[in-house]
Ligand binder design. Structure first.
Ligand SMILES: [Zn+2]
Ligand SMILES: [Zn+2]
Length: 285
């Protein structure tokens, strides 16, 4: 066992859930989305062979659930070729130390996320004063200390390719986190958006619990650069995705996705950027 691997000092169980918790959806034959409490993990690859990867690793203390979901879909004792991260926030790396110790697979993330994944730098404190509902108010309990994956984490290839996801390329979509990335596949215009935009109003506990489908910008309490976040949504909209799996909320597709994304780009200052909060720059309004 690698003694250097560790969660952050403020690692803890977060008591938040939704009606989607524990439920999985096969979005496409090789894209499976499963909800851990309030956040999605994605398995990329077709069942029946061992060529698959895991994108993001859920909430703290969810390793057993993730392992059983992987085994159910790919067979007993199966394991991904790699873990790929959209970004390193606590709800996307919640089980990662357990999974890396068990599977001994490499982790890939954008190089700007590496300080948060190698014990060097904390994320900014979540902002409970931001305009928003109960989840925003709860956010001070969310872990923001860096985890340490040591040498198990590597930067994504600079040519835009994604290891073990041959038809996908990664796209830098900062704003919510400095090294936030999304994954796009040209052939069927499938998008894994992470938290660049999401399909639920994540700041409001009621909306999180019911998972009402509603396009939104990134979760507010952790987003520190709203100007970059707007640019990132613009970039993703230009790709004209036909289906999107986001970090939070139910996957969205076709006409609803197209019109929702167009509206989000157009009205980002109204829909996404909070009216007040410590990371809100008045100039982005
Ligand atoms: Zn996030
Ligand atoms: Zn998230």
């Amino acid at each position: 066992m690698d003694k250097n691997l560790s969660y952050g000092d403020d690692y803890k169980f977060i008591p938040a859930t939704s009606i989607g918790s524990g439920i999985g959806v096969e979005v496409l034959p090789d894209l499976y989305c499963h909800t851990i409490q309030i956040v999605n993990i994605i398995m990329v690859g077709k069942p029946g062979n061992n060529e698959f990867v895991l994108v993001d690793t859920g909430m703290p203390f969810s390793a057993d659930e993730i392992i059983s979901v992987v085994n159910n879909r790919f067979g007993e004792n199966s394991q991904p070729k790699a873990i790929i991260l959209t970004h390193g926030h606590f709800d996307h790396v919640g089980a990662i130390i357990d999974l890396v110790e068990r599977w001994k697979v490499p982790v890939y993330a954008h190089e700007l996320e590496l300080p948060f994944l190698t014990g060097k730098k904390s994320y900014p404190e979540p902002d409970p004063t931001v305009e928003g509902g109960m989840v925003a108010k709860m956010s001070p309990m969310f872990p923001n200390e860096p985890i340490n994956l040591g040498t198990h984490v590597e930067k994504l290839p600079s040519d835009g390719s994604v290891p073990h996801m041959p038809d996908f390329r990664w796209i830098h979509t900062p704003g919510h986190a400095p090294g936030h990335v999304s994954f796009f596949r040209e052939v069927d215009r499938a998008l894994i958006a992470g938290d660049a935009f999401i399909t639920v109003k994540q700041d409001a506990l009621y909306k999180v619990i019911t998972q009402d489908q509603e396009i939104n910008g990134p979760p507010r309490y952790l987003t520190t650069d709203w100007h970059a976040a707007w640019e990132s949504v613009r970039r993703l909209e230009e790709l004209k995705p036909t289906v999107a799996i986001t970090g939070h909320g139910v996957p969205m597709s076709d006409e609803l996705l197209t019109t929702s994304l167009e509206r989000l780009v157009r009205e980002f200052d109204q829909i996404a950027i909070p009216d007040y909060g410590k990371y809100v720059d008045k100039r982005t309004h």
